[in-house]
Design a protein around this ligand. Structure first.
Ligand SMILES: [Zn+2]
Length: 120
């Protein structure tokens, strides 16, 4: 993990954009778009938030987005590998529902006795 380093969430896009002004040169014919800008898009509390990065920020952050991308790829690989291993070990017991039910009943028992002990 130390080799991978820091990682930023979201995605980085670099491109030219139109602004909201009607009389701007970015809406002329031919259009002169603004940018190119580096935009950092990510989700915060289920809302998509876009932030413009300065040139300095872009050069500083770009490797961190690459790291995040690499981590995501590694994670996907690891999850695939884990599923494969589980499949190989228990090919006919996928969800293990019987084991789950037994352990949750056990948990209930211990939690009630714990609660009784605390109140008394
Ligand atoms: Zn404009």
């Amino acid at each position: 993990m130390a080799e991978v380093g820091l990682a930023l969430p979201g995605s980085l896009t670099v491109g030219a954009y139109r602004c909201g002004k009607a009389n701007c040169h970015c809406r002329a014919d031919p259009p002169q778009l603004h940018g190119p800008y580096a935009l950092w898009t990510r989700k915060i509390d289920n809302k998509t938030v876009t932030r413009r990065l300065t040139d300095d920020e872009l050069s500083a952050y770009e490797p961190l987005f690459e790291n995040a991308k690499r981590l995501r790829a590694l994670m996907a690989e690891l999850q695939d590998l884990t599923l494969e291993l589980l499949d190989r070990e228990a090919p006919h017991a996928p969800a293990g529902s019987a084991v789950k039910a037994a352990s949750s009943a056990e948990g209930e028992k211990t939690s009630t006795s714990r609660r009784r002990r605390q109140s008394g």
